[in-house]
Every structure is written in C-alpha cells, then in structure tokens.
Write a protein that binds this ligand. Structure first.
Ligand SMILES: Cc1cc2nc3c(=O)[nH]c(=O)nc-3n(C[C@H](O)[C@H](O)[C@H](O)COP(=O)(O)O)c2cc1C
Length: 210
C-alpha cells in the first residue's frame, strides 16, 4: 500500500532529525519490505557519453535482512554496460499520497549467470522464480534496444520449472545516500551511510533546507 512508505530510511515520527545516530534501519524493522508494495521508480545511471540515462523499473523488494534494493533486468540492455562503466545509480521515488520524495543513491552490483558467488547465484535464482512466467518470457525475446528485424515476434516457450536464462540479471543497489523531501511538512533530510565501530552499516541523518 502506497501510504506505508516507512521505506528503510524514513525516520519514525518525532525522532530527532539533526542528530547523528548509529542505529541501523529502525524503520525497516517497523515496516517489513512486503508492506512497501510494488513500485515503479525511475532509475538513473550515467550514460557512456557522460549524459544522464533514466528509465522506469519495477522495485522487486529488498534483499533479505538488508536495505539493498532489487531490480530485474535483461543483461543485454544499455543500463548494464553503463553500470559496468560506472556502477553508481540513483532511484527517485515520489509517493503521491503522502507527498514524499526519496532519492536513493548507491552502487549497483550486477548478479548474472557468470557470478562466482554461490550465494548470489541462489539469490538470482530465487528472484527468477519469484517473477511471473510472462515476465520471464521477456528474457527470451530479441535483443532490447536493437532495430526490429521482423514485424512478427517469435512465440517463445518456457516451462515453469526452467531456471534463470542467461539474459536474466538481478541488480542490487546498495544505498549509501538518501535525500528525503516531505512536501507536506516542508522537511528535507539527508541520510548518509557509514560503518559503525563493529563494522556494521549504519545511517546518520541531518535536516537540511528544502
Ligand atoms: C512500467 C514499466 C516498468 C518497467 N520495468 C522494468 C524493469 O523492472 N526492468 C527493466 O530492465 N526495464 C523495465 N522497464 C523498461 C525500462 O524502462 C527500459 O525501457 C528498458 O529497461 C531499457 O532501458 P535501457 O536501454 O536504458 O537499459 C519498464 C518500463 C515501464 C514503462
């Protein structure tokens, strides 16, 4: 539900905004990722020519027990080569009901079939099976962004049990900065991530002029 935007970085009501605090994602515990619902934030990368490059993507939830944002994409899309060139990206969310904007900035990891990490391969597989068969079929289509060679599209077939195809990639954005703007209260807060003494990721926040 849209109003449940206790997105990971949203401070709880009445919380002191100007203080630096080492607590990790208190709001996340109060608001499990499944309550965020399906969202369509625009995701911006840096194009190979240095220009901004922006597109709509589906928010696929947070990686388990973290504040990392998951996105599915086709390995053949431009964003992949852009991310290989510069792994930083920004997602911008505006929630019309609550008049809140979140600009989430961080580094993106590309999890594809060549990934040597077994854990990450399993994560990619889990994401694949979590998506609909219709979504999965898109990864068998012709190369996105290339000129259409035929008016008729081939009818692709995929079994429910077939594992992730080579073109399916899981993007994982690890946020390190969040710029939060509330148009109702005219509040703007900058969240910055750092490492606590025990090496855990923690967030500090500072109220800034809107
Ligand atoms: C509503 C909507 C949802 C979309 N969701 C995704 C998505 O989750 N992943 C994705 O790669 N592209 C998605 N797209 C397509 C992208 O916006 C974009 O056209 C495509 O990824 C190619 O972008 P690129 O060439 O910049 O990589 C979506 C488009 C729309 C309109």
């Amino acid at each position: 539900m849209l109003l449940e935007i206790t997105f990971p970085f949203l401070p709880t009501n009445g919380e002191e905004q100007n203080s630096s605090n080492g607590s990790r994602n208190r709001a996340m515990e109060a608001a499990p990722s499944e309550r965020i619902g399906v969202q369509l934030p625009p995701q911006a990368t840096v194009g190979l020519n240095g220009r901004p490059s922006n597109r709509t993507v589906v928010f696929r939830g947070l990686e388990e027990n973290t504040d990392k944002i998951q996105i599915h994409t086709d390995y053949r899309t431009h964003k992949i080569e852009e991310l290989r060139h510069c792994p930083y990206a920004e997602i911008c969310w505006y929630f019309t009901d609550s008049w809140e904007q979140f600009r989430v900035n961080g580094k993106i990891d590309i999890l594809d079939e060549s990934n040597p990490d077994l854990n990450e391969l399993q994560q990619r597989e889990k994401s694949w099976y979590a998506s609909s068969l219709k979504s999965r079929l898109l990864y068998l289509g012709p190369s996105p962004g290339l000129p259409c060679l035929s008016e008729q599209q081939d009818q692709e077939f995929l079994d429910h049990s077939t594992g992730p195809v080579g073109t399916f990639s899981l993007l994982v954005l690890d946020p390190d900065q969040v710029d939060y703007l509330n148009l109702k209260s005219n509040q703007r807060i900058k969240f910055t991530s750092g490492l606590s003494l025990n090496g855990e990721k923690c967030w500090t926040s500072q109220r800034i002029n809107s």
